[in-house]
Design a protein around this ligand. Structure first.
Ligand code: SF4
Length: 460
């Protein structure tokens, strides 16, 4: 049983100096991204081209999916279609059973995380080992990934060391990244040797070739695909690009935007099965057609899951991925989440300052801030609302509309003890409900800005 998002989020926010440290770690990736952006002269043109390719492909998705399937089948791949998460789980389990596979090595796939594949397979008696190092760490800790590209970014090396000591009997207190990585590598090699089948995610599907492309920095997808007789690639239907020319645009953008690398260490193309092996591609919908059918939110389907919007988001950086109680966190996760349950995810579009930094870095130019704002309007109309928040907003709006009331409220609040303000206002702060527990109300100034300004103007 995995730790809940709420518990993990509470530990993250209230525990220690994690928020500052996490903020800096993510900003480091953002800064690396900026350096890589500056190596490409026509970066903005590249982004616009990528957005146009995605819009084009999505507007002809049935055609491209058909071409992809025909070419993949010609290459000897077996193509399956999963309408939803349940079908992905069942198809995967059936393929494994039909091929007498009981153990699986899996490379990083947020799609399988979204569809709850690991818990299902484990419940069905399969052994599943995540082989991306970050994913393996969170798997050992029974946690969810907190980021779509760097799943264990919320953990310090000392915490990883403790986990490895507990689960793999490593030296207590040895938090050397080299040591921990070498132990993990050794253990994973044994898992690769032992497993019966391999599962991968998919970064891109190339329609003209019927091939899938998987980008990793660790080569773990290749280790699985090249050593197992049964291979399954799980691909969201929005991952298609028409051909290799279009793919080249995205491979230039993906790693630069994600981790500030010019390209991922491995960009692996899987086109046809090796002799005496079976290779399957499962194309998954799971509400993607609902998103595409909505003209207001359609552009969210352009997303290539690079994580850049998370790395730059001030809310994500300071609250951590587990605060978002949805598989994909951060700005894009908050845009997608209401499609998977408006009532249960109605708080997420409010977990943003709407500063627009995500818009500036998104390699496919999704108007994330605009979409979040639109969700706020829709969800306020379409879901139940918290009465105390509603009253608070109405009172707030009356005060803010009137200069006299604003001045009066300001002078009253300046005399209320800070502790009382903290306990009085927290219940209204319904967004990131677990995140608020670590928030400290700032010191209330003794005078208003207007009073301070007037006084200083007179002094000067
Ligand atoms: S919305 Fe844009 S920035 Fe965010 S993960 Fe998707 S492609 Fe990357």
């Amino acid at each position: 049983m995995k730790g809940t998002h709420a518990n993990l989020s509470k530990d993250f926010i209230t525990g220690s100096d994690k928020t500052d440290w996490h903020n800096n770690a993510l900003w480091f990736l953002r800064a690396k991204r900026d350096i890589q952006r500056d190596t490409i002269e026509d970066w903005e043109k590249l982004r616009s081209t990528a957005a146009a390719i995605k819009d084009h492909t999505l507007s002809r998705l049935p055609e491209y999916l058909q071409t992809f399937e025909e070419n993949a089948v010609k290459n000897g791949m077996q193509v399956h279609w999963a309408w939803d998460d349940k079908e992905l789980r069942e198809i995967t389990a059936k393929i494994l059973k039909d091929n007498n596979a009981r153990s699986v090595v899996k490379s990083k796939s947020m799609l399988t995380e979204e569809c709850g594949l690991n818990p299902y397979l484990e419940q069905e008696g399969f052994e599943v080992v995540d082989t991306d190092l970050g994913e393996r760490i969170v798997q050992l800790r029974k946690e969810h990934p907190s980021h779509i590209v760097v799943p264990a970014i919320h953990l310090k090396k000392e915490e990883v060391s403790d986990t490895f000591h507990e689960k793999m009997n490593t030296e207590k207190g040895n938090a050397s990244p080299d040591y921990l990585a070498s132990v993990a590598r050794e253990a994973l090699r044994k898992d690769f040797m032992k497993a019966d089948a391999a599962i991968t995610g998919v970064n891109f599907g190339v329609a003209e070739a019927g091939a899938v492309v998987v980008c990793t920095n660790e080569g773990n997808a290749d280790m699985g695909v090249h050593s197992k007789k049964t291979v399954i690639h799980c691909m969201g239907m929005e991952k298609l690009v028409p051909g290799y020319d279009e793919l080249a645009v995205f491979t230039r953008l993906l790693a630069r935007s994600a981790t500030g690398q010019p390209v991922t260490v491995f960009t692996s193309h899987y086109r046809k099965p090796r002799p005496e092996t079976t290779e399957h591609i499962i194309i998954v919908n799971n509400k993607r057609t609902d998103i595409f059918a909505d003209p207001e939110f359609r552009q969210a389907m352009r997303c290539i899951r690079c994580g850049a919007c998370m790395n730059t988001c001030p809310v994500y950086r300071r609250s951590g991925g587990h605060s978002y109680h949805h598989t994909v966190p951060g700005p894009i996760g908050s845009v997608l989440a209401p499609f998977y349950g408006k009532e249960k995810n109605k708080d997420l579009p409010f977990a943003s300052t709407l500063c627009g930094s995500c818009n500036n870095v998104c390699p496919v130019k999704i108007d994330l801030a605009g979409l979040l704002y639109r969700w706020r309007q829709k969800l306020t109309d379409e879901t139940s609302s918290d009465m105390s928040k509603k009253i608070g907003m109405e009172v707030g709006s009356k005060i803010l509309k009137s200069r006299k009331k604003y001045d009066l409220a300001g002078s009253v609040f300046r005399w209320v003890p800070k502790g009382l303000l903290q306990s009085g206002l927290n219940p209204w702060n319904v967004h990131l409900p677990d995140g608020r527990k670590g928030r400290v109300f700032p010191e209330v100034p003794k005078e208003s800005f207007r009073q301070w300004y007037k006084k200083n103007q007179e002094d000067s």
